[in-house]
Ligand binder design. Sequence first.
Ligand SMILES: [Zn+2]
Length: 119
Amino acid sequence: MNHRHCEECEEELRGRIDQRFCSDPCRNSWHNRSKREENQTLSRINARLRRNRKILLELSFSGQLKIAREYLLHQGFDFSYFTRLIQNEDGAEVRYCYELAYYEESDGYCVLIKEMSEP
Ligand SMILES: [Zn+2]
């Protein structure tokens, strides 16, 4: 017979076959930690998206703005985080950062687009 152990403290379990924890305190601390780790993951991703949005908003443009990709990188823009990806009628991949959007051109420039709201 396999020995089963508490997922929190590794104490050997002697209860029901589906028992995962030796006690309520162990169950609670396990769940609290996993919630905390989930929150940390979400915070990290949200922080990157918010920073991207802030960088775009600080350019305070309306309509469209063509800007060097290098400039955005230098500001700390992280191109690997976006909220939505669509293909426009010209086949360009338009990435959204909340209500702002951009697509990259082959010359190292990005075209930023400010819309009233995400379609
Ligand atoms: Zn335990």
